[in-house]
Design a protein around this ligand. Sequence first.
Ligand code: 5GP
Length: 140
Amino acid sequence: MSYDPNNIFAKILRGEIPCHKVHEDADALVFMDVMPQSPGHALVVPKVASRNLLDADPAVIAKVMPLVQKVAVAAKTAFNADGVSIAQFNEEAGGQTVFHLHFHVMPRFEGQPLKMHGRNMEDAAVLAANAEKLKAALAQ
Ligand code: 5GP
């Protein structure tokens, strides 16, 4: 399987499609998932192209994991969460639907199961407000 440069996250990375941006640096972009599985569900996306973890350069993984950790810590604060789930899916059989490497950061709340993966679109106003909350917590 090869990398398709026209996948939706590649288009977001190139600025061809909008997103609710939380953070950007030379190596990665963080933005809100439009179909959140929990309130505050964000995606950490390395800029270097790979389909997923299986074909990623280990140097890219090494660079992005500290950011995943930072976003997880910030998400717990920003959304007053009880915990945080990190998810990463590989290939269709592994549950992946967008074929550019990304890590899900999902705030978790006692007694609240995750919603279905990639099912219900959130209101743009809610996504914008959550992006601001997460941005503020990241800046602390
Ligand atoms: P995967 O199944 O590949 O691990 O996750 C892809 C994620 O991307 C899903 O959680 C889905 O809700 C999200 N997603 C799909 N299309 C878009 C989009 O256009 N913008 C954003 N921000 N998220 C998207």
